[in-house]
Ligand binder design. Sequence first.
Ligand SMILES: [Zn+2]
Length: 229
Amino acid sequence: MSGRWVEVASGVFAGRYAELDQTLGLVVGSARCLVVDSGTDEVHGAELAAAVRERTALPWELVITHAHFDHFFGTAAFLPCPVWAHERCREVIETDGDEQRRDWAARYRDKGEPELAHRLEAAALVVPDRVFTDRVELDLGERMVELVHPGLGHTDHDVIVHVPDAGVVFAGDLVEQGAPPHAGPDAVPGQWPSTLDAVLRLGARVIVPGHGEPVDAAFVRAQRDELAR
Ligand SMILES: [Zn+2]
């Protein structure tokens, strides 16, 4: 693995990568596992898939936290499998995915990273096939996880992954460690703080951001206050 796993609770892992300081996830049950986000391109997705296989041989399902290219262009490496997302996430991947790929490939070329540009251009655009709007529960076998849309914030369709028995939440880019939360043109800053309140109400011990190291509730509360200001 080009990244490294951090086991934040028994059978719950944060996968840390140098590129974009990104953090992907893995939750292992007794019957199946859930992979959180698929990475920046298919090479990255395949690395993640291989890293998952170092931890478990169980069949996987995938959840995409939101429709930003670095969270979904690795999906093809996991197929065939169920791919979960918010309904709007599917819509945005479908309508905006190709443009994001072009933009980011150009950005990588400008940064002098043509290899990453080429990898992104070669990645298939995979549209999630299991969508929901508010909340869905997945049974991983002796472990339930909930996929929740806690409200608007980093995008209008962010999904978090709550693992209640472990006290862990994968927050996608609603939380960012090591840099201020990224608010692009598709962000809804006015509602972001109340959305983080909803995340905090879950009472998780560990919150895994989409970029950066796992954090605690106090960190998220401080980030919430910063966003509110
Ligand atoms: Zn994002």
